[in-house]
Design a protein around this ligand. Structure first.
Ligand code: UD1
Length: 424
């Protein structure tokens, strides 16, 4: 994969039309990891064709898992996975550096093979992101964990044992990792202060269809009764609520009129509430949301929180909207320590953003002007695309490889709505 590709965005187009969102990245990744738990076949529909998923599939193949891909008409893809050939449970640094969430392979691999050796995931562009909750929970379930030479080695004699686990913070990844470890454990596990994200509900559905006994996903207490073996499963990955939110934000920032299809509207409640507050008209149906942007957005404050609060994965995109809104907006980022990296790049486009620790103050300007900028990370890159579409002139966005991690066919979808975005 080339890593020096860029987007060239000519600003000024009003986005209009319909766009269908793909399967959710953050649901597909843990579900692919969970396929390791099946003694039968996992058929997974609506898997997004994005770089993070490709990395996860490569990890699975290296672990000896058989992955067959079937492209489907609705532009998603169906995967057929068999993990009976599972061999050496080692995940190297090339993968954990590339995709930090590979850490949640620990739970399923430990449950299935009794051991795992995984390179310690480093920090990333949005903060240090420790994994202490993951490790502590697995230890409570009987895993012996050692950290040496940059690797985490975990093993268990026999099966993991069910345990009462309390998470200090409702971490999405730790909740998923421990759920996957617990489904094949001996006895009952209770995870308290669990994350409540919809992707965790999707994982529960997948696991239960495979034969697991998990209850409570979507609430802050998840109860898992371990079973001895799990069989074949067929599942369709839920729609990507962050992708949906991003297209609604694109309508809002360009004064456009976009209907996002194939969504679960309740998943986008927090983002829709903010877009309304900023002057966007929002209409909803059973599986669609329409956003009609105003001539000029109004300022609004955003505080990121665990679900059902405002998603940190929409925060950078909101900063782009605030940059052109009338008035002063304040962002309080409570999930990650260092998630304002895009502010430097937005300033190059003329935005007036000041950050201090976990707070950003955005004084809206009447216009941004195109410039050369660089994606610091996935959602941050997307924020630059939004800002570029609202700016006067041409914006060149370097390192779109970050955006490719999480958005399927982005430029085609945006072009379909009338945006002038091309890859060079
Ligand atoms: C997941 C999402 C990511 C999203 C994030 C928060 C996936 C693949 N990724 O990431 O897109 O931005 O949720 O909604 O689903 N923490 C610890 N110790 C731990 C684990 C987490 O201190 O052991 C902290 C993190 O540093 C962070 C906070 O908890 O400050 C939330 O992280 P977490 O919910 O775990 O995020 P991820 O699962 O990594």
């Amino acid at each position: 994969m080339k890593t020096n590709e860029r987007y060239v965005v000519a600003g000024g187009s009003r986005l209009q039309g319909r766009v269908k969102v793909s399967g959710a990245k953050n649901a597909a990744l843990p579900i692919l990891a969970a396929a390791l738990l099946s003694s039968g076949e996992s058929i997974i529909h609506n898997t997004p064709i994005i770089r993070d998923v490709n990395v996860m599939l490569e990890i699975l193949r290296r672990l000896g898992v058989d992955v067959e891909e079937v492209l489907t008409e609705d532009s998603g893809r169906t995967l057929r996975i068999r993990s009976d050939g599972l061999t050496g449970p080692e995940v190297g640094a090339d993968f954990t550096r590339e995709m930090r969430s590979s850490i949640f392979l620990m739970g399923p691999l430990l449950a299935r093979t009794g051991k795992i050796r995984i390179s310690y995931p480093g920090g990333c562009a949005i903060g240090p992101r420790p994994i202490d909750f993951h490790l502590r929970g697995l230890e409570q379930m009987g895993a012996k964990i050692e950290e040496r030479y940059g690797f985490i080695e975990a093993s268990v004699q026999g099966r993991l044992v069910g345990s009462e686990i309390y998470l200090d913070f409702p971490s999405v990844g730790a909740t998923e990792n421990l759920m996957m470890a617990a489904v094949l454990a001996d006895g009952k596990t209770v995870i308290r202060n669990a994350a409540r994200e919809p992707e965790i509900v999707d994982l529960q559905l997948f696991l239960n269809r495979m034969g697991a006994k998990v209850r409570g996903a979507g609430l802050d207490v998840i109860r898992i009764q371990g079973v001895k073996v799990m069989g074949s499963v067929e599942h369709k990955v839920m729609p990507d609520r962050i992708e949906a939110g991003t297209f609604l934000a694109a309508a809002a920032i360009t004064g456009g009129d976009v209907t996002v299809e194939n969504v679960i509207p309740e998943h986008a409640d927090a983002i829709c509430a903010k877009l309304r507050e900023m002057g966007t008209v929002i209409q909803e149906g059973d599986d669609w949301i329409r956003a009609i942007g105003p001539t000029r957005l109004r300022a609004a404050d955003v505080k990121t929180l665990p679900y059902p609060g405002f998603a940190t994965d929409m925060q950078p995109q909101m900063m782009a909207l605030m940059a052109v809104a009338v008035g002063t907006s304040i962002i309080t980022e409570t999930i990650f320590e260092n998630r304002f990296k895009v502010s430097d790049e937005l300033r190059r486009l003329g935005a007036n953003v000041k950050t201090d620790g976990r707070t950003a103050v955005v004084q809206g300007v009447s216009r941004l002007s195109g410039a050369r900028v660089e994606c610091p990370a996935l959602r941050e890159g997307m924020a630059l695309v939004l800002a570029g579409m609202a700016a006067e002139g041409v914006t060149t966005i370097e390192q779109v490889v970050h955006i490719d991690r999480g958005y399927q066919n982005l430029e085609q979808k945006l072009q379909g709505l009338g945006a002038q975005v091309s890859r060079a």
